[in-house]
Design a protein around this ligand. Structure first.
Ligand SMILES: C[S@@+](CC[C@H](N)C(=O)[O-])C[C@H]1O[C@@H](n2cnc3c(N)ncnc32)[C@H](O)[C@@H]1O
Length: 318
């Protein structure tokens, strides 16, 4: 999918479970809040998160268990179906998730700002259908047939309670006795203050930074630049980095007296100065400056399922 190719992602790519199955996982996971408890409590928490996001007070948006659960229920289903489509569409990303890259039966993925579970469910929706559920009858789990996808969710907010619930639902609804093939770890830390070894950066096959880069730059511009420089130094050759963020002026950044799209700054940090692209430690594999994911109108979910318009960049470490 090149720069000028279609500007709408497919609603469903066959590498993943269908969007309705993805959304159904959230219905099972949050059955209590969605169908059994006082709806006023959930709507009040959603309104609180919405107000904080509108004011770009991101730390406040995720500062209580009720708000984190509300964010996951309201927004992560929309993210998960869009990410399932995006990840599937990008061949290297799809192969890493299916543990089919370069003959490796294991892959190591880190999702920065991924505590809310959208990335996790998008990843699991591709990993699950890649498993041969019948093989377990012919062979034991200890044979070379088994795969392992390790997913590290790194987040400054403590999403562990939400992630534990999502993990249980993945186990109960999708992976059953293959649950241990998906190793999900929550790392509750500020990525801008963490070292490469805290994060296990050299062993990663894929890093995602989805709808999180803007927040990092708003929190600490110099720290964010240092963080990208750390990735330049510490990621192994062949590691992929996927960045997505809202398309348009929402993702503009001010440096000195100038305001420009954040992807220009990231490109400069990773690829080198414009006109000298070959100099930087990463190569740009795929990109789109404005792409839509539109959910089908007939999705069955008690809350709104959002369409998303975003830019993305996929880089590969040289
Ligand atoms: C707008 S949310 C996006 C969540 C998710 N990636 C998605 O697409 O739905 C940004 C996330 O980044 C996290 N975050 C913000 N600053 C961070 C930092 N310095 N280190 C780690 N995580 C951070 C927030 O706690 C939040 O979970």
């Amino acid at each position: 999918m090149g720069k000028d190719a279609t500007k709408t992602l497919p609603t469903h790519h066959t590498a993943s479970l269908p969007p309705q199955h993805i959304v159904d996982l959230f219905k099972v996971c949050f059955d209590a809040e969605l169908y059994k408890s006082d709806q006023g409590v959930l709507s009040a928490a959603i309104q609180g998160v919405k107000a904080d996001l509108y004011n770009r007070d991101y730390l406040a948006a995720f500062n209580s268990p009720e708000k984190r659960t509300a964010y996951c229920i309201r927004w992560s289903p929309s993210r998960a179906i869009a990410y399932a489509s995006l990840f599937s569409q990008l061949r290297p990303v799809r192969e890493i998730i299916k543990c089919e890259r370069n003959g490796n039966a294991s892959s190591n993925v880190m999702c920065i700002g991924g505590g809310a579970g959208g990335e996790l469910i998008g990843l699991a929706s591709i990993f699950t259908p890649s498993i041969d559920f019948n093989a377990k009858y012919a062979t034991t789990k200890s044979t070379s047939q088994s795969k392992e996808l390790t997913v590290k969710l790194v987040d400054i907010a403590d999403w562990s309670a939400v992630v534990e619930r999502l993990k249980s639902s993945i186990r109960d609804v999708w992976l059953f006795d293959h649950s241990s093939d998906l190793d999900v770890q929550s790392l509750n830390l500020n990525v801008l203050k963490a070292s490469a070894s805290d994060l296990g950066v050299p062993s990663l096959d894929l890093i995602t930074l989805l709808f999180t880069t803007n927040e990092l730059f708003m929190e600490d511009k110099a720290g964010s630049i240092r963080f990208f420089q750390m990735l330049n130094n510490e990621c192994s050759s062949g590691c992929y980095l996927l960045i997505a963020e809202s398309a348009g002026s929402y993702s503009h950044i001010t440096v000195g007296a100038k305001k420009f799209p954040i992807q220009f700054l990231i490109d400069t940090l990773l690829l080198g100065k414009r006109g000298e692209e070959a100099e930087g430690p990463w190569e740009l594999v795929d990109q789109n400056d404005s792409i839509w994911y539109r959910a089908k109108d007939d999705m069955d979910y008690p809350l709104k399922v959002e369409n998303m318009r975003f830019f993305y960049r996929l880089y590969r470490k040289k």
